[in-house]
Design a protein around this ligand. Structure first.
Ligand SMILES: *[C@@H]1O[C@H](CO)[C@@H](O)[C@H](O)[C@H]1NC(C)=O
Ligand SMILES: *[C@@H]1O[C@H](CO)[C@@H](O)[C@H](O)[C@H]1NC(C)=O
Length: 355
C-alpha cells in the first residue's frame, strides 16, 4: 500500500514537472500591444513562470513590446507554415499546449526560436524609435564601411539591448530547469536554450546597413550609414529554412552533471541551426496523443507539386474539388478627396480540400 502510494506520488511529481516543460507559456499573454502594463498584470494569467514575474515587474515599460512579440510570433508562425501539414494553429493553445509543442520536436524548435527572435526584435525597435526610457540608439558599429567617405551616423538599432532582454526573459524558465538534475528536463532545457539563441542570432544576421547621401544637391559627397533591422518576415523566413534543415540531436552525459546534445548523425551543428530531440509525426491524421489535428478538410492546390499540393497535404487520401461563391471588392474608384469606393461582387471560385 505504501509502495503504491509512493509510486503515485513520484509519478504525480514527474507529471507536474513534465507539465512545466515548456518555456513558451508566455505566448498566452492576453494584453494587446496597445496597452501599458502595471504590476498586477504580471500574473499567472499570462503564462509567466519563475523568474519571469520578477522581470515583468521590474520592466513594466518593456512588457508592452513582449505583447507585441507574441502577436508577431503568432502571425509569422502561421504565415510561414500556411502550406504545411503542421500549420502552427496549435500555438493558440498557449499556455497549455498539445504534444506537438510539449515535446522536443522541430515544431517546438521553430516556435521557441521565433518567439525569442520576436522579443529581441520588438524591444530593439522600441529602443530606436525612442519609446523606451531604458534604452536608446545602439552603439556605433565596429565594422568598417566600404568607402572611406562614408561615416557611421544616425540611429543604429540597439540590437544589443533587445537581445539582452530577450535572453533574460525567454531563457529564464530553462535556466531554472538546468539547475534540476532530471536528465530529460535538462536536455530539453538545453535544446530550448539553443533554439532561443538561434532565433536571436537570426535577428542579428538579418540586420542591414542603410546609407543616406549628403552634400550639395544630389552630389552624394558623403554618406552616413546606420544598422537597421530588416522586416521581421525576413527573420522568420530564415528560421523556416533552419526548420526545414533541422538537426536531430541526442543527449549525452559527460562526467557528473555535464549534459550536452550531440547530433544524431555525423553532421555537426552551429549556433545558428535549429535542433530537435524528438522526431515529429507526419501530422497526417488526427491524434490526441501526438497532438496532431490531421489534414482532413485542409485546402490544397491540385495543380502544383511540393508543399501545398494536394498530393502532399492529403497524405494520399485524395481530395475533392467544389465551387464556392465568395464576395469581393471590385470596380474600385478613387473619390476626390480622399477615399476609395468599391462595389461588392460575387465570384465563384474552385476549392479543393483533403478527404
Ligand atoms: C492594472 O491594469 C488592469 C488592466 O490591465 C486594470 O484592471 C487595473 O485596474 C490596473 N491596476 C492599477 C493599480 O492601475
Ligand atoms: C491549419 O490547420 C488546421 C488543422 O488542420 C485547420 O483547422 C486550419 O484551418 C488551418 N489553418 C489555415 C490558415 O489553413
Amino acid at each position: 500500500m505504501e509502495i503504491l502510494f509512493r509510486t503515485t506520488t513520484i509519478l504525480l511529481i514527474l507529471c507536474v514537472f513534465a507539465q512545466k516543460l515548456h518555456g513558451i507559456r508566455w505566448l498566452a499573454i492576453k494584453l494587446s500591444s496597445e496597452e501599458y502594463w502595471n504590476r498586477t498584470d504580471c500574473s499567472k494569467v499570462h503564462g509567466f513562470a519563475g523568474e519571469q514575474y520578477k522581470i515583468c515587474r521590474r520592466s513594466l515599460s518593456v512588457m508592452k513590446y513582449v505583447s507585441e512579440a507574441v502577436e508577431m510570433s503568432k502571425t509569422e508562425c502561421k504565415s510561414q507554415l500556411k502550406n504545411r501539414r503542421w500549420n502552427c494553429s496549435t500555438i493558440a493553445k498557449a499556455p497549455s499546449f498539445y504534444n506537438d509543442l510539449k515535446r522536443g520536436t522541430k515544431e517546438s524548435a521553430f516556435t521557441y526560436s521565433l518567439a525569442s527572435a520576436a522579443v529581441a526584435y520588438s524591444v530593439t525597435q522600441a529602443c530606436s524609435i525612442g519609446r523606451l526610457e531604458v534604452c536608446g540608439c545602439g552603439r556605433t558599429p565596429k565594422m568598417k564601411l566600404e568607402n572611406k567617405n562614408w561615416l557611421w551616423g544616425g540611429c543604429s538599432d540597439n540590437i544589443a539591448y533587445g537581445v539582452r532582454f530577450s535572453k533574460k526573459f525567454t531563457d529564464a524558465v530553462e535556466k531554472k530547469r538546468m539547475k534540476g538534475q532530471e536528465p530529460t528536463a535538462t536536455s530539453r532545457a538545453l535544446m530550448n536554450l539553443h533554439n532561443n539563441e538561434a532565433g536571436r542570432s537570426a535577428v542579428r544576421d538579418k540586420m542591414a546597413v542603410v546609407c543616406r547621401c549628403h552634400g550639395v544637391s544630389g552630389s552624394c559627397q558623403t554618406k552616413t550609414c546606420f544598422r537597421r533591422l530588416s522586416d521581421f518576415k525576413d527573420v522568420a523566413t530564415l528560421l523556416k529554412k533552419k526548420y526545414d534543415t533541422i538537426i536531430n540531436v541526442v543527449s549525452q552525459t559527460k562526467g557528473r552533471n555535464k549534459h550536452m546534445l550531440r547530433p544524431r548523425r555525423g553532421k555537426r551543428y552551429t549556433p545558428r541551426d535549429l535542433i530537435a530531440l524528438d522526431p515529429s509525426p507526419n501530422y497526417c491524421r488526427k491524434s490526441e496523443s501526438r497532438g496532431t489535428l490531421g489534414t482532413s478538410g485542409r485546402e490544397c492546390n491540385p495543380e502544383t507539386t511540393g508543399k501545398g499540393s494536394c498530393a502532399y497535404m492529403c497524405c494520399g487520401r485524395g481530395h475533392h474539388t467544389f465551387k464556392r461563391e465568395i464576395e469581393e471588392r471590385c470596380e474600385c474608384r478613387y473619390i476626390w478627396c480622399c477615399y476609395v469606393k468599391c462595389k461588392k461582387c460575387k465570384k465563384t471560385i474552385t476549392v479543393s480540400t483533403c478527404n
